[in-house]
Design a protein around this ligand. Structure first.
Ligand code: AMP
Length: 446
């Protein structure tokens, strides 16, 4: 999953990068880092944990320079150790470079093995490190050409931001699976970030999305930047960004995530035929869809489950044991509201089924009489290999059980999902999407 940011030609480059990472904390909470260049040296600070625990006024002030890149990590490739925090920094013949990546390279193992056989020594477990070695080994005369050559060996979903002492390179894979946008800073500099919610925080003015297959090259001290069409665009934004991953206040590929989620809820409501007292959203992931659902059916929405916001998202912690504990720590149902009621609970997705099972049991214990469960996305039947952390086939409940078996497992009276066509209809049928988790169409192959 992860978030990337790049800032150039701003006296506050590291501060803006920090704010952007803060706004994009939901994209990764395992580790975070910022590299900054003052034109002569690249400095990097990274650590494990949330943005606010790593950076403070003093260390941000020490990251001086007008060019910065940053990263929030959520491991989809590699481990949770500090060696796997980004940006990755290395010195090569052309000087120091720092690289940050959102996405997943599907040919990472082949390339890594080849590089190791050729003598490369890897310091991390990340697919991103391949790119650093490819750049270092290239015989091309400058960083731009070396980076472009390296990208020929990168098959997968990626948004890269690469900094040298004086330049910022930004590139998005030809499918544009992960989002990446460009904005103008108030002080005249530029910022690129995974999500536009980062721009809102620092009042940067949105310019446009980085195009699929496009490389942007910025130079310290220059307002003009270069745009190269590296690969022919075949846009397929990841539907999961709209379903769950992106923040609702972000605009992804010109579409409001919040509006898309409401639409999914509306379309889900169209086929809901049961009589209920009210709609209950699963906070926070199901709220936007539940609003659409309730308004379409003209029934009340009750915030009958209260979320403790001081606990991070579940699922983030790798162990099953902690995941269960986290659901209990996080959500509290309101007995007085639920007692004897017939309700429909709306959530964004079912992955392992752990969360929905827990929620339904909490609601039953709180006195709800009938519990319908409506999911504002299709059944997740396939692991996503393009940068969303979904588990293996064995763990994906809908890969192994029919809708009715899932209903029984989670303990709901009825269970409904959006179909793939209904999802496309919600998002707009004029575009193509990455829908791998639902249809198993692994369109990026190594
Ligand atoms: P579960 O079914 O227990 O595995 O968890 C499903 C819930 O986790 C969903 O309702 C989402 O809010 C959230 N979720 C969905 N996909 C992901 C993901 N890839 N990473 C983390 N959380 C997710």
């Amino acid at each position: 999953m992860c978030a990337v940011v790049g800032v150039i030609n701003s006296k506050q480059a590291s501060l803006y990068a920090y704010y952007a990472l803060f706004a994009m904390q939901h994209r990764g909470q395992e580790a975070s880092g910022i590299s900054v260049s003052d034109g002569k040296n690249l400095q990097t600070l990274k650590g494990k944990g949330e943005v606010n625990t790593i950076f403070n006024e003093t260390n941000i002030a020490s990251l001086q320079g007008e060019l910065a890149i940053g990263h929030n990590r959520y491991s989809t490739a590699g481990s949770a150790s500090l060696a796997d925090a980004q940006p990755i920094v290395a010195s090569c013949m052309l000087g120091e470079v720092a690289l940050a990546h959102n996405g997943n390279l599907v040919n990472k193992d082949e390339v890594r093995t080849r590089l190791i056989n050729e003598g490369a020594i890897f310091r991390s477990n990340m697919d991103t490190e391949n790119v650093i070695h490819l750049i270092a080994r290239s015989k091309k005369p400058n960083l731009k050409e070396r980076f472009i050559e390296s990208l020929k060996d990168c098959i997968g979903a990626y948004c890269f931001v690469l900094a040298s002492k004086g330049k910022l390179f930004v590139v998005r894979d030809r499918f544009g699976v992960r989002p990446l946008s460009l904005a103008k800073l108030k002080d005249g500099g530029y910022i690129v970030a995974s999500e536009s919610c980062a721009f809102d925080l620092i009042e940067a003015e949105f310019i446009r999305d980085v195009k699929p297959g496009e490389m942007l090259i910025f130079t310290l001290g220059k307002d003009e930047f270069e745009s190269i069409e590296l690969f022919k665009a075949e846009p397929r934004i990841c539907a999961f960004e709209y379903i769950y991953f992106a923040r609702p206040d972000s605009i992804v590929e010109g579409k409001s995530v919040y509006e898309m989620r409401k639409k999914m809820g509306e379309i889900l409501a169209d086929k809901f035929k049961h009589k209920v007292d009210f709609v209950v959203p699963v906070p926070d992931s199901g709220v936007s869809a539940a609003l659409g659902f309730a308004s379409r059916l003209k029934i009340p929405l009750e915030m009958a489950i209260v979320r403790n916001h001081y606990v991070g998202r579940t699922f983030i912690e790798p162990t099953q044991e902690l995941r269960n504990l986290r659901v209990k720590l996080k959500l509290n149902p309101m007995h007085k509201v639920l007692e004897g009621k017939e309700i429909v609970v709306v959530d964004d997705s079912i992955v392992r089924g752990t969360t929905s099972k827990k929620i339904i049991s909490l609601l039953r214990n709180a006195g709800a009489k009938t519990i319908h469960f409506a999911v504002a996305c299709p059944e997740i039947k396939f692991p996503d290999l393009y940068g969303i952390d979904t588990p293996t086939f064995e763990e994906l409940i809908s890969a192994n059980k029919s809708v009715d078996e899932v209903r029984e497992y989670i303990g709901a009276d009825t269970l409904s999902f959006l179909s793939i066509d209904e999802l496309k209809q919600s998002l707009g049928t004029q575009r193509q999407y990455s829908l791998v988790s639902f249809d198993g169409d692994y369109f990026i192959k190594s």
